[in-house]
Write a protein that binds this ligand. Structure first.
Ligand code: ACO
Length: 324
């Protein structure tokens, strides 16, 4: 028996912003962005493409591919750091938008690791209640949380959403294991303030707006090491090696992080799914968007062993293995 992915879906905003478009916003150029990050373009949300709208569209596609009706869903979990409102949660907006009227719903903040944390959570809920079907979503409109004058960050991120429907299966497929970790002591290296406090006593010292701030080089080093460690620990725990894995779907941060990870894991490049060139870094949405992309391209077959790994603000990081 196992907790299986019944269907996948994703949604990207219509507008595509190329590196050349960015040249007219900040002092940068296509060559610098491509060579440092592998990103060529990203999607940017427009009218009616708030985080919950993208999440709802991705969810409807996932439900359709699963052959599951919205009112069969018992729980909706959305990994996001860019809700259009602080309250209610994006998950509640999604629940209303898709008509999942029997579900309870909440958001989860684990930055770029939000989807993997959500997957782990759903796994445990379904183990406790085999009848439950859960929508796990990663959705972001990070374009609304970027300082468009800061060339260190605004070139990296994009908007989009991905979703999976999870349910119980009697056969031996499904989530094999997860390995999640956090380190709050390093929060300053990658963070985003919220709205400024209305209580003067609680104002944050050094408040610099509700934008992503990052020490790029430090984040780079931690990301590679942390993802490598979480993957090798998980594989060893399950008595597996990287050669047993059919496809790696990593968080799409940037190509240099991914290439370093590929070297360290000694995995062949053609076993690693990468779509960062067209999407940029979509934080919690990046793994489910990539998963849906790979799935719809027919790159995943029954019984394949799929490995996910992620790293993000917190720091949060981890890995997960699914037998498809
Ligand atoms: N265009 C042109 N020049 C730029 C740009 C830009 N967009 N951004 C920075 N520069 C300049 C810098 O000002 C600096 O100039 P200087 O030498 O005159 O001071 C020079 O380029 C080199 O800057 P560095 O920051 O040292 O460049 P680096 O090689 O470290 O690359 C990058 C920067 C791409 C951000 C890299 O550090 C990185 O990939 N970090 C990982 C960050 C990441 O992916 N974060 C996402 C969130 S976490 C996650 O998802 C894993």
């Amino acid at each position: 028996m196992g907790i299986v992915v019944l269907g996948t879906g994703s949604c990207l905003p219509k507008r595509v912003m190329t590196n050349v478009d960015l040249e007219s916003i900040v002092d940068t150029n296509d060559e610098w962005i491509r060579s440092r990050t592998g990103i060529e373009s990203r999607h940017i949300g427009g009218k009616d493409e708030q985080t919950f709208k993208l999440a709802a569209k991705a969810s409807l596609k996932a439900l359709e591919s699963a052959g599951v009706a919205a009112d069969e869903i018992g729980l909706i979990v959305v990994g996001t750091i860019s809700s259009h409102m602080q309250m209610p949660s994006t998950a509640c907006f999604v629940q209303n938008e898709i008509g999942a009227n029997k579900a309870f719903a909440y958001d989860l903040n684990a930055a770029c690791s939000g989807f993997l944390y959500g997957l782990d959570l759903a796994h445990k809920y379904i183990l406790a209640d085999h009848g439950m079907k859960i929508l796990v979503i990663g959705a972001e409109t990070l374009s609304s949380r970027l300082d468009w004058n800061d060339r260190n960050t605004c070139i990296l991120f994009g908007d989009g959403a991905g979703a999976v429907v999870l349910g119980y299966s009697e056969d031996d497929r499904g989530i094999v294991g997860t390995n999640l970790l956090s380190d709050g002591s390093l929060w300053e290296l990658l963070h985003m303030h919220g709205p400024e406090s209305a209580n003067p006593e609680l104002k944050v010292e050094g408040y610099s707006g509700a934008f992503i701030r990052m020490e790029g080089r430090e984040v780079f080093k931690h990301a590679v090491r942390a993802m490598e460690d979480s993957v090798t620990t998980l594989l060893a725990r399950e008595g597996l090696t990287i050669d047993d894995v059919s496809l790696v779907i990593p968080h799409q941060a940037n190509i240099r992080i991914l290439n370093k990870l590929i070297d360290r894991l000694k995995v062949s490049q053609d076993k690693v799914f990468i779509n960062v060139s067209k999407c940029g870094n979509t934080s919690a949405a990046s793994i489910p968007i990539a998963l849906d992309d790979a799935n719809r391209q027919g790159l995943i077959a029954k019984d394949d062993l799929i490995l996910f790994c992620s790293f993000g603000g917190g720091f949060t990081w981890g890995a997960a293995l699914i037998k498809w």
